[in-house]
Ligand binder design. Structure first.
Ligand code: UDX
Length: 435
């Protein structure tokens, strides 16, 4: 059955959820307090880079299944189901800033005239469903029925639409069986296996999953150091581990560590959540520490490939985004790495196919380009920080001609060391034999 849905917040999660729900036939109105953003969205102009999203939004608009507004009141009153998908950024101490979520719940309370099924999509600390119920009740003029359903979002940037249509699981946390069934029905066309839980478990599943994935990455990065010391190959080690179905082959790529809008923020938040109940989550503390160290160790690797000193060196950094297929620079390892290289006296020219615009204000001392060969020309070394397809597809003979010295330090293990040796490069990567 087609439902009327309001989605509050048109960030990553809100926009993708809204567009995908409209694509499966629901009538969706997306709300954002930013008038200028809403005006752009009404014309199908998407503020983020996400493959396929722009087409999906445009077709939703054309078929009048998707609309945008800055008027939260009319969106709430015209919808039966309200998704809350506003940001939960970190505070300086790692706690989650719940201001936006709270404000939205208070606004919903002010505008609801009848029963609403409210879905929390934002990544929120455990217990938020109970606080949200209290915020609603506090602001309601008179008692009105509602249900709160916790439906964490697991999509990855760059493959958000694919992830929505091929979900591993749909977690639905609610105290009301009827509300949970309704939300399961709403998502039915996605064909995902559904796990019904209580609200607290659903809230924790999101943090637990991200923390565990981050732990896999930090684990394999630690293992990569051991491989370097003993002359083993981390990719073969990861492959051998991954063939054990209890471990699985994913998230075992060694490199320069994780970045992005979720893992760094959610691991720190989970640590704080544990602290708040007097629990020292030791593994998670190490996961975070290892991830930070990984960036420093990579800079050391660059320095040692250039005989110990970076002073006066011209370096080409390939890739700014925290991973390919996104222009997101939040907590991107490349930004930290560039800063460290510059503080040690290197001059950096950086390439990225889509993130250069966002990067300009963040990297005032770096020459930025969307032409990979321009970045490389005359550089003392090429440093790979994001495994863009355009980096994988570089013509390596041309790269060798353009570099001042044929040195590549690869933080993403993009190329095969034996090929690079054949081509005559000095090739340093992560957890593999140096050539
Ligand atoms: C992640 C989760 O995957 C997603 O479920 C959640 O909803 C949000 O956070 P995202 O941040 O978009 O998604 O990216 P992801 O593809 O998971 O990669 C995160 C970071 O880990 C990237 O910086 C990536 O380069 C790094 N990574 C990932 C590795 O270093 N090694 C790996 O094996 C996998």
């Amino acid at each position: 059955m087609a439902e009327k849905v309001a989605v509050i917040g048109t960030g990553y999660v809100g926009l993708v959820s809204g567009a995908c729900l409209a694509a499966i036939g629901h009538k969706v109105i997306c709300v954002d307090k930013d008038d200028a953003k809403v005006a752009r969205l009404k014309h199908g102009d998407i503020p983020i880079y996400e493959p396929g999203l722009s087409d999906m939004v445009r077709s939703g608009l054309e078929q009048e299944r998707l609309a945008f507004t800055s008027d939260i009141g009319s969106a709430v009153s015209s919808s039966d189901i309200v998704f809350v998908a506003v940001g939960t950024p970190p505070l300086d101490n790692g706690d989650v800033d719940m201001t936006q979520v709270r404000t939205v719940f208070e606004q919903i309370a002010e505008h609801m005239a009848g029963y609403k099924c409210i879905v929390i999509k934002s990544t929120v600390p455990v217990g938020t469903h109970a606080s949200a119920a209290a915020w609603l009740k506090e602001k309601m003029a008179e008692p009105i029925e509602f249900d709160i359903v916790s439906v964490p979002e697991f999509l990855r940037e760059g493959s958000a639409i694919h992830d929505t249509f091929h979900m591993d699981r749909l977690v639905i946390g609610s105290a009301s069986r009827a509300a949970a069934e309704r939300i399961a029905e709403l998502h039915k066309p996605f064909g995902a296996p559904v796990l019904h839980t209580d609200n607290s478990s659903a809230e924790l599943i999101k943090y637990a999953s991200n923390a565990f994935l981050a732990a896999k990455i930090s684990f394999i990065n630690e293992m990569a150091h051991v491989c370097e010391k003993v002359g083993a190959d981390i990719q073969l080690v990861a492959k051998g581990m991954g063939m054990d179905r209890r471990i699985g082959p994913h998230f075992l790529n060694a490199g320069i560590g994780y970045g992005g809008s979720c893992f760094p923020k959610d691991t720190r938040a989970q640590l704080r959540i544990a602290e708040a109940v007097d629990y020292d989550f030791k593994i998670l503390r190490s996961v975070i520490e290892v991830n930070q160290l990984q960036r420093q160790r990579f800079v050391e690797k660059v320095a040692s490939a250039l005989n110990g000193s970076l002073e006066g060196k011209k370096l080409a950094v390939m890739g700014l985004a925290f991973k390919p297929n996104t222009d997101d620079l939040r907590d991107a390892p490349a930004l930290d790495i560039i800063e460290m290289l510059q503080s040690r006296g290197a001059a950096v020219r950086a390439y990225d196919p889509v993130a250069v615009g966002h990067a300009r204000p963040l990297l005032p001392e770096t020459i930025l380009t969307t032409d990979p060969y321009e970045a490389i020309t005359g550089a003392d070394a090429m440093i790979i920080t994001t495994e863009w397809d355009t980096v994988r597809a570089l013509e390596l003979t041309r790269v060798k001609q353009l570099l001042a010295s044929p040195i590549i330090i690869d933080g993403r293990n993009v190329f095969a060391p034996s090929d690079m040796a054949t081509l005559g490069f000095r090739y340093v990567s992560v957890g593999r034999e140096e050539r």
